[in-house]
Write a protein that binds this ligand. Sequence first.
Ligand code: ZN
Ligand code: ZN
Length: 254
Amino acid sequence: MQLRILGCSGGIGGANRTTSFLINDSILIDAGTGVGDLSFSALTRIEHVFITHSHLDHIACLPMLVDTIMGSRNAPITVYATETTLNVLKKHIFNWAIWPDFNKIPNAKAPFMRYSLLELGQSCCIDQCTITAIPAVHTVPAVGYKLDSGKSAVIFSGDSVCNTEFWDIVNSTENLSHLIIETAFSNREYELANAAKHFCPLTLLEQLKFLNRPAQVLVTHLKPADSELTMQEILRDHSNISISRLEQNQIITF
Ligand SMILES: [Zn+2]
Ligand SMILES: [Zn+2]
């Protein structure tokens, strides 16, 4: 199974694309601006979109993805999220004011897009990949996702400062190969990071002390302004962890 990183930046500009990962050809984890680099035919192969939370950097391309491929698919595209996040999408995005309600057109019985509730702790198995919503701690209700092929598992924190429940899941995942974890800000933005419920290197490394199994740790969601500095601070101060920056277009086999 392949996880392709379409976007993993905390912002835009130049080559930066915001959070979106593609599993094989058909499953998206978040729909940030990285989706826009896919070819039209690649876009039409997307069938499932799992959303971590309602922030714009994670959903920016969802409305235009549905609009672009709606006439080229026989089945609706399915959007999975918690009830709170689905309600935000319905009320604030697909509300006819910002974008059409693709859950109602061309008609409610056979819409271009359908919603699927996936609450915290629930799993969904698609093409032998088990996707489980796991706890996240952010300024809005959020989840991370565990992606398990059976052979190995990748855990993605989403936007989160993590908690003990998150680490319990990480540490009980016996086939864990990769942990994708966010760090948005450098240490000089310590207070802003705390207020925005994002990690900076200091708080990331404190939390990584709870990791007690071998896994490649990949840092995502670096804000462009300080991305180099943030990685330097992580790499300077970490100990005993295999840690590197998640790269756009990186392919993780699991
Ligand atoms: Zn967020
Ligand atoms: Zn974000």
